[in-house]
Design a protein around this ligand. Structure first.
Ligand SMILES: Cc1cc2nc3c(=O)[nH]c(=O)nc-3n(C[C@H](O)[C@H](O)[C@H](O)COP(=O)(O)OP(=O)(O)OC[C@H]3O[C@@H](n4cnc5c(N)ncnc54)[C@H](O)[C@@H]3O)c2cc1C
Length: 506
């Protein structure tokens, strides 16, 4: 009797978590000998994707260890693992060692992922389950009468009954005209390209000033780059700073309950305006008085001054604008689901950049290092970036900003961060799936999915046997750039997928 095959495209954090949870639940249901699991991973190693495949010591987790556990319902598993392995991992813990709030290098987290995967892969084999890793790039997927055929590099194909798409975080294809230019680096990762091709004393331009740009800065600092570094970005907003001891706010205004009251009283979903008004009330309650909201505007203030202030605020427990979004960690994704499509787009347009700098702050360790670069005048941030073109005559990149100001850079690193829209995702697989109508882009970003089961949807119909997880679901789901959230969704995905198999076999 042929085995039912589940195939996972992408052996990163999400792929591994899905593999382990599917194996566990099939083993517990006693069906692990009738089902096989295949991971298709283009890297040599499983667990070492874009985020956690880095080798740079300055690339650290931007989430505390107690939220990084790879096992469903066990977010603390990584911090427990750290404490259990303290003797061999201590050097990779960069802050709050031995505590749940520990911050480690991302490369250590990649080792943890690989170790967890190898343990459960071996256990699955010992338990008599057929499991395999195919090291190849998935390029396209063809829907068969039952199941799918995955087309891979080297003209290889692989057929499966169930398919899970977890290709991680494709970089953005937002400067196509610069692609292929000698000194243009389309992404801060992998850092080897930068380190091998940019001289240590060169001046460097970085596009963007978010967490991805902080990664680029850490790569340069870790490797003793001495030249001037300039970050260019449309809003010039750097991430704020994570407080050392996060004060969680017991929200009274911006709550799921209050949003449901709007649904019940108005028979419609809440609007961004209503949610923001509730946020303002919450912030003023937390601050103990009126807030001058105009003064919270950041785009007209120098980034170095803001960072110095943010470091002090973080050392003193944070403020309303950071602590409330962090305290809404588990509710904000539910609130996001209740926003209609048009309201999601409004949120991204009106509040998107303020939400991300306050909700996705940099760890204090890195903030101090960036502050050092400002103080030594090695770093500056230039806001109001308008355009970047390559000037053949000058053999340099011309950057225009602030209504006609211009600058020239010989070396450019694109650190504008992952692409939100499918169209901008630099991935042959995703582009082929979109062109082939196998996936459908969502206006707010990513692809159409059922946000409860994680099934992929085209038209209005969910595939019975096709799921997606991670960044590719960034439009309909909010916290896809967090392991804790993706692992939670993997719990839902696994239960639904397995219920289909068990259902089928009865
Ligand atoms: C720089 C960076 C830092 C981050 N830091 C954190 C953090 O500190 N904490 C946190 O919670 N989240 C962090 N994130 C968010 C992180 O992306 C998510 O947490 C996510 O869960 C990562 O897992 P993933 O499996 O989706 O992606 P990845 O771990 O990147 O895995 C995707 C895998 O798919 C493979 N792949 C892609 N396309 C194909 C293909 N066509 N064929 C075969 N294989 C393919 C890749 O090689 C890769 O191994 C970070 C993201 C980035 C980009």
């Amino acid at each position: 009797m042929s085995l039912t095959n589940i195939t996972i495209i992408g052996g990163g954090a999400c792929g591994i978590s899905a593999f382990i949870e599917l194996f566990l639940q099939l083993r517990i249901a006693g069906r692990h000998r009738q089902v096989s699991i295949t991971i298709i991973e283009e890297n040599e190693e499983v667990g070492k994707g874009l985020a956690f495949g880095t080798k740079q010591p300055g690339h650290i987790l931007n989430t505390q260890a107690s939220l990084m556990g790879i096992h469903f319902t066990e977010p603390e598993h990584f911090s427990e693992w750290l404490i259990a392995h303290e003797h061999r991992v201590a050097e990779e813990v960069v802050d709050n060692q031995g505590e749940n709030e520990a911050f480690t290098t991302r490369r250590l987290y990649g080792d943890y992922l690989k170790e967890q995967f190898e343990h459960y892969f071996k256990l699955a084999q010992e338990e008599g389950m057929h499991v395999q890793v195919i090291h190849a790039s998935a390029i396209h997927v063809k829907q068969l009468e039952a199941g799918f055929e995955v087309q891979m590099s080297g003209n290889e194909t692989h057929s499966c009954d169930f398919l899970v798409l977890s290709p991680g975080t494709p970089v953005a294809n937002n400067y196509p005209d610069l692609e292929g230019k000698e000194n243009y680096f389309g992404s801060p990762w992998p850092s080897s390209a930068i380190l091998e091709n940019i001289p240590k004393h060169a001046d460097i331009g970085i596009l963007g000033c978010s967490l991805s740009a902080v990664d680029a800065l850490m790569t340069l600092t870790d490797n003793d780059y001495k030249g001037k570094i300039t970050c260019y970005s449309p809003d010039g907003l750097m991430p704020r700073v994570q407080s050392q001891s996060q004060q969680m706010v017991d929200c009274k205004h911006i709550t799921i309950r209050n949003l449901h009251q709007i649904q019940r009283n108005e028979l419609r979903n809440p609007t961004v305006k209503e949610i923001f008004r509730l946020f303002m009330r919450e912030a003023e309650a937390y601050a103990g008085g009126k807030i001058d909201w105009k003064a919270t505007k950041r785009t007209d203030k120098p980034a170095d001054q803001l960072l110095a202030q943010d470091i002090e605020i973080a050392k003193n427990g944070g403020d309303a604008l950071t602590n409330i979004p962090y305290s809404l960690r588990y509710e904000s994704s539910e609130m996001w689901k209740w926003l209609d499509k048009s309201e999601k787009l409004k949120f991204k347009k009106w509040l998107g950049n303020y939400w991300s700098v306050n909700r996705h702050c940099m760890p204090l360790v890195n903030a101090e290092r960036v502050n050092g670069l400002f103080k030594s005048a090695q770093l500056r941030v230039v806001p109001f970036l308008q355009d970047v073109v390559f000037d053949e005559k000058k053999n340099a990149f011309q950057l225009t900003y602030d209504d006609g100001e211009e600058a020239f850079e010989k070396y450019i690193i694109n650190a504008t961060g992952p692409a939100a829209s499918v169209e901008m995702m630099k991935s042959e697989l995703i582009q082929n799936l979109a062109k082939g109508g196998i996936i459908e882009p969502e206006p707010a970003g990513g692809i159409k999915i059922n946000t409860e089961t994680m099934q992929v949807i085209t038209g209005h119909v969910p595939y019975p046997n096709f799921y997606a997880i991670g960044h590719i679901t960034n439009g309909l789901l909010l916290d896809v750039n967090a392991v804790w959230f993706n692992v939670k969704m993997i719990g839902n995905l696994s239960r639904h997928l397995i219920s289909q198999i068990i259902g089928n076999a009865s």
